[in-house]
Design a protein around this ligand. Structure first.
Ligand SMILES: [Zn+2]
Ligand SMILES: [Zn+2]
Length: 178
């Protein structure tokens, strides 16, 4: 269970006032009662469910993670990773079966990878599976590697080279289809 700093409510309250929104208005926007918002703002972190806190943060355009609160874990989609096999956030591992990539899991860093800009995956990428994420190389349910390892020929160590390689591949694709 996440524990939210008591001062979080105050930050939310100040932000809400600066946006000239009433408690009742934001409560309506996130589908809760004005009393719950009031309780949360007054230092009771449990007045709002974790999901509602996130929604409220979104309404107020507050970045919860930068506020130093602990993000709820255990909820579906709490962990995410970048599924781009060429993204440097994924660590290459050489194992018996060849090259594997170990995704770098993070708790709710946002919908897109801060490194390569690809949408971050919140569940197993196997469309038949979709299991929630657990630390490791592969899905615990279906065994599929979380990140599809790229063609070794396209693996180059230097990040800039890698970036260029991605663009070249993209250009080749564009030329191929036009
Ligand atoms: Zn990425
Ligand atoms: Zn799976």
């Amino acid at each position: 269970m996440a524990t939210l700093a008591p001062s979080l409510g105050r930050i939310f309250a100040e932000r809400r006032r600066s946006l000239r929104l009433t408690q009742a208005r934001v409560a309506g926007l996130i589908g809760t009662s004005q009393g719950a918002v009031s309780g949360f703002e007054n230092g009771n972190p449990h007045a709002l469910a974790d999901g509602k806190v996130r929604e409220l943060a979104r309404v107020l355009e507050l970045d919860l993670d930068s506020l130093g609160s602990e993000t709820p874990t255990g909820a579906a989609g709490a962990l995410s990773f970048c599924a781009n096999g060429l993204c440097p956030t994924n660590d290459p591992y050489l194992v018996a079966g060849g090259l594997k990539l170990k995704p770098t899991f993070a708790v709710d860093p946002g919908p897109f990878c801060g490194c390569c800009g690809e949408p971050r995956a919140k569940e197993c990428q196997n469309p038949m599976c979709g299991a929630p994420l657990r630390e490791g190389l592969c899905c615990y349910r279906c065994g599929q590697a979380y990140v599809e390892a790229p063609d070794p020929a396209r693996l180059v160590p230097d990040p800039l080279e890698r970036e260029l390689e991605v663009r070249r591949a993209l250009n080749r694709e564009l030329r191929g289809t036009s």
